[in-house]
Design a protein around this ligand. Structure first.
Ligand code: SAM
Length: 190
């Protein structure tokens, strides 16, 4: 537990690059459906906040999006620039200086943040009116990690309230299960 918490501000939290790849593989099918059918990203500027090693960049670009990734870790951003030259990457904190976008996308980031609501408010300021935010995070009530103090897991209700408080409207929360962990996907319109 101490190791997990100590790593919270490091790239990829506790999972490392291999773990991130495995996680993204499990989640890709769900997000592909999101990006192709539910909220098509073709021709849209998508900003991934806390992009880590940009595991979703390929699928977003394949679905026709212009991809921008930001992360506060300079190391991962340097690697992303080499590994995924089709994307645009900035080393930035989620609270500050985000570029404008049609859709903000955050996966497995909110639970590591000290101020998740402030991060959602910062995202709300840069999503164009009518654009969307898509936030994926483990469900506190249905997660193997829920007993770890200090990891900011939220419930579906918390996520709805936070997105609402951050200024998003038409908020909905969907979910899916992967490896015995339930993930919430909150969506709101700016
Ligand atoms: C568990 S990783 C998830 C990475 C990626 N979203 C994925 O699903 O593969 C969390 C990422 O969020 C980044 N992060 C955490 N807090 C951040 C902040 N305040 N600003 C920018 N990036 C942040 C970390 O550096 C890390 O790369």
């Amino acid at each position: 537990m101490d190791v997990l918490l100590a790593n919270a501000k490091k790239p990829l939290g506790s999972v490392g690059v291999y773990g991130a790849r495995v996680l993204a593989q499990m989640h890709k099918e769900y997000y592909e459906r999101v990006f192709e059918e539910l909220w098509p990203v073709a021709g849209k500027r998508v900003l991934e906040i806390g992009c880590g090693y940009a595991m979703y960049a390929e699928v977003l670009v394949a679905c026709g999006a212009e991809y921008i990734g930001i992360d506060h870790s300079a190391d991962v951003i340097a690697e992303c620039r080499v590994e995924f030259p089709e994307g645009t990457f900035f080393c930035r904190d989620a609270m500050d200086g985000l570029p404008f976008c049609d859709m903000a996308f955050m996966v497995n980031v909110l639970q590591w943040m000290d101020e998740p609501l402030a991060a959602l408010r910062a995202a709300q300021r840069v999503v164009v009116p009518g654009g969307k935010i898509v936030v994926g995070t483990p469900d506190r009530d249905c997660s193997r990690r829920s007993k770890i103090d200090g990891l900011g897991l939220c419930s579906a209700n918390d996520l709805t309230l936070m997105l609402d408080d951050a200024g998003f409207s038409f908020v909905t929360v969907d979910d899916f299960e992967a490896k015995k962990t339930r993930y919430l996907i909150g969506v709101g319109v700016a």
